[in-house]
Design a protein around this ligand. Structure first.
Ligand SMILES: [Mg+2]
Ligand SMILES: [Zn+2]
Length: 196
């Protein structure tokens, strides 16, 4: 079996974008808005070097809500891969939940097992890749990330250093670790590995 570090995307890998219409943080919906956060490439490379698969596990209902196209999600994936590759960092896979209960696209509308806080994305990756979830990690900036990771049986790291809507008191599952950003979370995982 192999091990994985699952990463939420918005607020972990790239900056979340303030949506003034909905008064909440949202995903970038143009390449101009897409900005990789400081230290991310180095953090991903550290996790690569520790021998974990690095897998994105992210709710992306923008397509379902008519906010972006499938082509845009592919462009963004390519942009991210290129940005990480400049610093010899690599994502091993991307798992998106594209569904939403109020989707305008009928085929994406509904309650699914993969929208975090449900653990479906992590369980799917585990069955496809023979991942040992109990010795894997989920890193996210929202309570839903921590709940999904805990429900899948992973160890969890909550990031609290970027602008976020999460508040610790809203956490249902408490994280195993808290870190300021992805690079700091990678440092925690590296030091835990050193203890073994
Ligand atoms: Mg997030
Ligand atoms: Zn889903």
């Amino acid at each position: 079996m192999c091990r994985a570090v699952f990463l939420d995307r918005d607020g972990v890998i790239n900056a979340a974008i303030y949506n003034s219409v909905e008064d909440k943080l949202d995903s970038p919906y143009s390449l101009d808005e897409f900005r990789v956060l400081p230290g991310v490439a180095m953090g991903v490379r550290m996790i690569n070097d520790l021998g974990f698969q690095v897998l994105v596990a992210s709710n992306q209902p923008g397509l379902a809500k008519g906010k972006c196209s499938a082509e845009f999600l592919e462009e963004l994936r390519d942009r991210l891969a290129a940005s990480l590759a400049e610093e010899r960092a690599r994502l091993d896979g991307i798992y998106y939940c594209l569904h939403h209960p109020e989707a305008v696209v009928p085929s994406l509308r509904g309650v699914c097992e993969c929208r975090k806080p449900r653990p479906g994305l992590l369980l799917k990756a585990a069955s496809e890749r023979d991942i040992d979830l109990a010795n894997s990690f989920m890193i996210g900036d929202q309570p839903t990330d921590i709940e999904a990771g805990a429900a899948a049986g992973c160890r969890t790291v909550l990031l609290n250093g970027h602008a976020t809507t999460s508040r610790p008191e809203t956490l249902i599952a408490s994280p195993d670790h808290v870190a300021v950003d992805l690079l700091a979370a990678a440092g925690i995982i590296q030091s835990l590995e050193g203890e073994n």
